[in-house]
Ligand binder design. Sequence first.
Ligand code: CP
Ligand code: NVA
Length: 304
Amino acid sequence: MSKLNQLLSLAELSPVALDALLNLALKVKQQPQNYTQALAGKSIALIFEKPSLRTRVSFDVGIYKLGGHSVYLDQQNGAMGKRETIADFGSNLACWTDAIVARVFSQNTLEQLANASQKPVINALSDMYHPCQALADLLALKERFGDLSKVHLAYVGDGNNVCHSLMLGAALSGMTMTVVTPPGFEPSAQVMAQAKHIAKQTGAQLLLSHQLAAAKGVNAIYTDTWLSMGDKADPAVIEHTFMPYQISSTVMHSLNIQYFMHCLPAHREHEVTSEVLDSTASLVLLQAENRMHAQNAVLISLFS
Ligand code: CP
Ligand code: NVA
C-alpha cells in the first residue's frame, strides 16, 4: 500500500488508500503477531490539549504492541503556544521523536506542528476533524457489512469534528450518509463541498436534514455528545435544542434501524438512552476496540 505522510484529515486519502488502510487494520487485528516490530526504534509523542480515555490509551498500548515507544505530554500548559510558540514546540519535538500524535483545540495547530517538525503528524481530534475515530468506525461497519458502498449511515447531532470525518470517510467509501442536525448545527459547508467532490468519484451520497425521520431504515445511526470539549455554549440551551434528536429505543424501532454507534464518551439519557447504548444493537465497544487497530494501521503505513 502507498506510504502515508501524515493524517490531519481523511481528505488526504484517496478511495484506494482508505480501502488499503482498512484492509491493513483488519490484518493487524487478526494477526497482531506479524506486526510486533513494525515501530521498532521509533518514539512517538502523544500531545493532548484536551482530556481523553480512548485515544490516549489506544495509541499508547497500540504503539507498544508495534514495538515502538510513546512519550505522553498532557495539558500541562493548556493549549500549545503559551510557554513557547507552537513552531518551537514542534521543531524541538522533532529532535527526539519520529512522529507526533496530537489532540488540539485548533486544526491550525496541527498544521503548524507538521510544518515546524517536518515529522508525520496524526490528528487525534481537533475542532474540525477526528480521522482516527472515523477509521475505527468504518472498520466496524466493514466487519458488520463487508461492502461499505452498500451501507447507509445516519449521523444525528452536532455537525462538527466527528461528523466531518465520517462524511469524508463515507464519501471515500462510496457510502450513503444522512446527516441530521438541529437548524444552526449543520456541518461546515466547506467539508460538505469536499465530501461531495470526492463522492463524484465513488458514487457516495451525502444528504442533510433537520428531521430525525430522515434516518428511517438506515443500517446504522451514529450520535455524539451535544456539547463538545471546549464548546462554551449554554448547556441548558443545548439540551433544549437537541433533546428532540435523542436516540431512544422508540427511535430505533420506529425508524427500523439495525445498529447504534457513538464515538464515546456517551452522556446517558442525553444524546442516547442507556437502553440503546447497552443494547445488542450497540457497536460502541467494537468501535472503541477498533480505535487501536485502525491507528496501528496508520502508524505502520507511516513507517513502511
Ligand atoms: N472517542 C474518543 O476520542 O474518546 P476519547 O475522548 O476518550 O479519546
Ligand atoms: N465531538 C466530541 C468528540 C469527542 C471524542 C468533542 O469534540 O468533544
